[in-house]
Design a binder for this molecule. Structure first.
Ligand SMILES: [Zn+2]
Length: 190
């Protein structure tokens, strides 16, 4: 569920040697995609492992790039559906995709440029929560601030309160109507 951007930053390689492993070397993602764990026999030296790790790393990155592209396509398709369902299909944006560098918020919208980013954490949440996040960020295209008009728009999505409860429990949403604006990027800071 990692973004292409995150993929470009080299994942850390963590080698785990085990006496139980005889020959095979395998690799897997760990720490939410920031680390590649290489499982190797206790006897394997770093020099022996280096070429194997390079191959396994390349394979994992290729698989992830393919999966990420598919995820972003699904996200864009869902956003278009929600635009039709709740905004009369009138909203326009320039880009929508998952990113991995948003650990403390579920998404962001830059109304000036029409760029919407959704935390990769949202990709594994229930569909109705992901839909709320999308509706929330889409609504910012029309109402940049968290004022009453913004919440009126968002509440067209019937599971808004339930989804907000879910996100509040995770510390990703604030309580109250004028919830924090940490999902907004209104300046060049984006
Ligand atoms: Zn917001």
């Amino acid at each position: 569920m990692l973004s292409y951007l995150a993929m470009l930053t080299d994942p850390e390689i963590r080698i785990i040697r085990s006496a139980n492993r005889r020959k095979t070397v395998s690799a897997r993602w760990a720490d939410a995609g920031s680390v590649i764990e290489v499982l190797a026999p206790a006897s394997a030296s770093d020099a022996e492992l280096a070429p194997l790790i390079e191959t396994l790393r390349g394979r994992l990155l290729r698989d992830k790039a393919r999966a990420d592209t598919a995820d972003d396509r699904d996200l864009a398709r869902r956003a278009a559906e929600l635009n039709r369902e709740y905004f009369e299909g009138k909203l326009r944006w320039s880009e929508i995709r998952y990113v991995a560098n948003q650990q403390h918020r579920y998404g962001s919208c830059t109304p000036a440029t029409g760029v919407i980013r959704i935390s990769h954490r949202v990709a594994v949440m229930p569909g109705w929560v992901r839909d709320y996040v999308l509706v929330h960020e889409l609504a910012h295209l029309r109402e940049p601030n968290h004022g009453p008009r913004f919440w009126k728009l968002v509440s067209r999505y019937p599971r808004t309160e339930r989804a907000r409860g879910y996100l509040i429990a995770l510390g990703l949403e604030s309580e109250g109507d004028d919830a924090s604006d940490r999902d907004l990027e209104t300046s060049a800071a984006a």
